[in-house]
Design a protein around this ligand. Structure first.
Ligand code: GLN
Ligand code: ZN
Length: 756
């Protein structure tokens, strides 16, 4: 059995790629030094794979910015606005597409989440009328280099169907010509690349995660076999068609593709194995995705082995490969960098380096008929960690088992609640913000000094209270109707809560690439989650004591806390989410007791956590909405519940959002020109809605007239009794000299439209 991983993280265990890129962009190092730094990383990562005993090392997994962009540049598929950059040196043009051309004032390609991961790719834009210029792909050089250094390379590319399915077509060619007509140009370009790679490798991994989604429309699927015939002709016997992030939605196109091998994700699609073994064509090998590329936990060998044995008995060992479920891009690099984790948690973990070793261990165990010290050691480690008191807290389990549907329902339906909330006495089109205010250097220094022990707790509390006072004063002066405390005490909306909840721990170096040079270090949920004590009440109560206007209590919702953490693998996500919801529910209750009349529970990640496959998405939405309701429904009718969401395309999930049963929702929308409001027109949404009227991602201060115009437009879709006025999102990344005038204009716009 051959072994491989689908890709190794590019970023480096000490985030070397980030440093090299950022200093190159600042002009600190030359292009040659950047290339040298990258070469070092690639070599190091190949060495890890080879030394772990894997049969192949990945090439084409390493990208200077993003692998979707690498394909876009290979095709030369530049959106028309980049035509002025066509003559630039390739690297300059590459980074212009990724980050915008500042000199020529051309905005970058859009960025969005890669399926339901926290990685962002650059969205290709297709314009039917502009020709593709063609270009090169770095995988050719990398594959040659790996071969020259004595490694056995397996190039990895995002496939043509996935690239096209994720591309957006410019509005003007939406009617009439489909973007799928571009397949005709795409396939020859891929074929040329494959032909160049074929002499240097045994397999070429072509990734088509769209095979696990509904994104592949019939018109595209019909061409699949024909397109892959073209690709296979360019690299006969080499293509490993690769699917991940779920079971194959429809196995037929993959099985009929004529490829030499098929890779499937058995971590998220274990149920499909039998059917595949049944139908796999004789000439096709099967790569089993067994080691989870998206988490940080050790593989349970005893559970995995039967899958290998089953495949080997059906196909014979020479037709079976063992792999990671998806690229290891989504897991941190090396557990050896962690020196502070408790042993009972670290003992259960595996990062990318360790996952490579797991694959070759699995092969060895399988070869020895499932016996040996390695499997016993694995079982012992997993078993030793399980009974740790933090993993299972009886009180939490009992409480979760006793959740009743009534706990997820507000006392009354929305119309009665609305009446009960009338005492808040808000004007029509009430103005508010989403929560955070500018995180000034002084605020960051206060938090850092406190963390380092430079200032005492009393000093810290006094400093944060000073920030809250300042923030409340500014909001009073601006004339906002519903105030916030400003979130000065929070470094991050999930980390803040994770640090205060039982069941969470934090790594020192568990960085994962988010996009380009940016990384995140997600908290780890290793055990049962519970609240130790109130987490936000003192700050909010203090803010409320400073003003007659209502102050919104500000919490992060259970789904968002779950989605932005690494989650234990020994309990269903839905159950972990319910535990978090109970903790948030307690906080909501304490805020209410402290006299807070409005409470906002942010669910910024609700949409992105949705699995790509439709059947799984339904199940997810059901428990995610339940978790929000569990967190929020324990209050009196007179307490107003808000939620906030950070994306605009939610037409498809609007019925689910309505089921969250919040009194008020605020949503990002200004960038989409309020397109999302169409969804509200068709769907008679009962509650109140604050479509963001100002894009907080940009430093630009919008004029009052622009926002008046957006509000007028919103009023065509949303009755005036239901409309709120707020920015798109929190203001933490803005400066006060941007946020203050923008909010002044926003309040002026609200007053103008009220008068009208
Ligand atoms: N309340 C948070 C803030 O204002 C919400 C952030 C978010 O939606 N991502 O910062
Ligand atoms: Zn937001």
């Amino acid at each position: 059995m051959l072994t491989h991983v689908l890709g190794f993280p590019s970023i480096g265990k000490k985030r070397e790629l980030k440093q090299a890129l950022e200093s190159f962009w600042k002009g600190g190092i030359s292009q040659e030094s950047l290339a040298a730094a990258c070469r070092e990383l690639k070599k190091r990562h190949w060495r890890v794979q080879k030394d772990s005993g894997l049969d192949f090392v990945s090439t084409g997994d390493f990208s200077l910015y993003d692998r979707m962009l690498d394909i876009t540049c290979m095709l030369g598929a530049l959106p028309p606005r980049f035509i002025p950059c066509a003559g630039d040196p390739p690297l300059e043009r590459y980074f212009s597409l990724a980050r915008g051309d500042i000199r020529r004032n051309i905005p970058a390609l859009d960025m969005t989440k890669w399926f339901d991961t926290n990685y962002h790719y650059l969205v290709p834009e297709i314009d039917i009328h502009s020709p593709w210029t063609g270009g090169t792909h770095p995988v050719i050089e990398d594959t040659r280099l790996a071969g020259k250094l004595g490694f056995s390379p397996k190039p990895a590319l995002i496939g043509p169907f996935t690239w096209l399915a994720l591309a957006k077509a410019a509005a003007k060619n939406r009617n009439g010509v489909s973007k799928w007509s571009r397949l005709k140009t795409l396939i020859p370009a891929y074929a040329e690349l494959l032909a160049a790679l074929a002499p240097h490798c045994a397999f070429i991994q072509i990734e088509e995660p769209v095979l696990c989604t509904e994104l592949l429309p019939e018109e595209g699927a019909g061409d699949f076999r024909e397109a892959y015939a073209g690709l296979n002709a360019a690299a006969p016997g080499k293509i490993m068609l690769t699917a991940y992030f779920g079971p194959l939605r429809n196995p037929e196109p993959a099985l009929a593709s004529g490829c030499a091998a098929l890779h499937v994700d058995l971590v998220r699609g274990g149920g499909q194995l039998e059917a595949l073994l049944d139908k796999l064509p004789a000439g096709m090998a099967l790569s089993l995705g067994l080691v989870d590329g998206r988490n940080i936990w050790k593989t349970d060998y005893a559970k995995t082995l039967p899958l290998i044995e089953r495949a080997v008995s059906a196909l014979g060992g020479e037709r079976v490969l063992l792999g990671s479920s998806c690229s290891l891009l989504h897991s941190p690099v090396d557990l050896a960098e962690e020196t502070a984790l408790p042993e009972h948690i670290k003992g259960r973990m595996a990062f990318a380096v360790q996952k490579c070793a797991e694959l070759s261990a699995l092969r060895d165990i399988a070869a020895r008929g499932g016996r040996g010290s390695v499997i016993e050691e694995n079982a012992a480690l997993l078993k030793a960690a399980a009974p740790h008191p933090g993993n299972r807290v009886d009180a939490v389990r009992e409480r979760a088992a006793a959740i009743t549907p009534a706990m997820r329902s507000r006392q009354s339906a929305y119309p009665q609640r609305r009446a009960a909330q009338a005492y808040l006495n808000l004007p029509p089109l009430p103005t508010t913000t989403i929560g955070s205010f500018p995180q000034t250097a002084a605020i960051r220094k206060t938090r850092l000094d406190y963390r380092r022990g430079v200032i005492t707790e009393a000093d810290y509390i006094a400093a944060i209270k000073g920030e809250i006072r300042d923030c409340v004063e500014k909001q009073e002066r601006l004339g906002l109707d519903v105030l916030v405390h400003g979130e000065a005490e929070r470094n991050d909306m999930v980390e803040y809560f994770g640090q205060r909840l039982g069941g969470f721990c934090f790594t020192q170096n568990g960085w994962v690439q988010s996009y380009g040079s940016r990384c995140v270090k997600p908290p780890v949920i290793y055990g049962d989650v519970y609240r130790k004590q109130p987490m936000t009440v003192d700050w909010i109560r203090y803010a409320q004591s400073l003003t007659q206007k209502p102050v919104k209590g500000m919490l992060t919702g259970p789904v968002t806390i779950l989605c932005w953490s690494f989650v234990r693998d020994d309990l269903a996500r839905s159950e972990v989410c319910a535990q978090i919801a109970l903790a948030v529910r307690d906080e909501v209750g304490d805020l209410e007791k402290a006299g807070i009349r409005i409470i906002q529970i942010d669910e910024a990640a609700l949409r992105e956590g949705m699995p790509p496959a439709r059947a799984e998405a339904e199940t997810y939405l059901r428990w995610a909405v339940d978790a929000f309701r569990l967190a929020s429904a324990g209050v009196e009718d007179s307490t107003q519940i808000h939620t906030h969401m950070c994306y605009s395309e939610f037409n498809a999930i609007l019925p689910w959002i309505a089921q969250m049963d919040a009194d008020v929702i605020s949503i990002e929308s200004s960038r989409g020109g309020m397109e999302l409001l169409d969804a509200f027109s068709g769907f008679h949404y009962q509650g109140e809605v604050g479509p963001g009227v100002y894009d907080i991602h940009s430093p630009r201060v919008p004029a009052a007239e622009e926002m008046t115009e957006l509000l007028r437009r919103a009023l065509r879709h949303i009755p005036k009794e239901q409309l709120w006025v707020n920015p798109d999102c929190g203001l933490k990344t803005r400066r006060w000299d941007e946020a203050y005038p923008a909010l002044e204009n926003m309040v002026a716009a609200a007053r103008q439209v009220r008068a009208e």
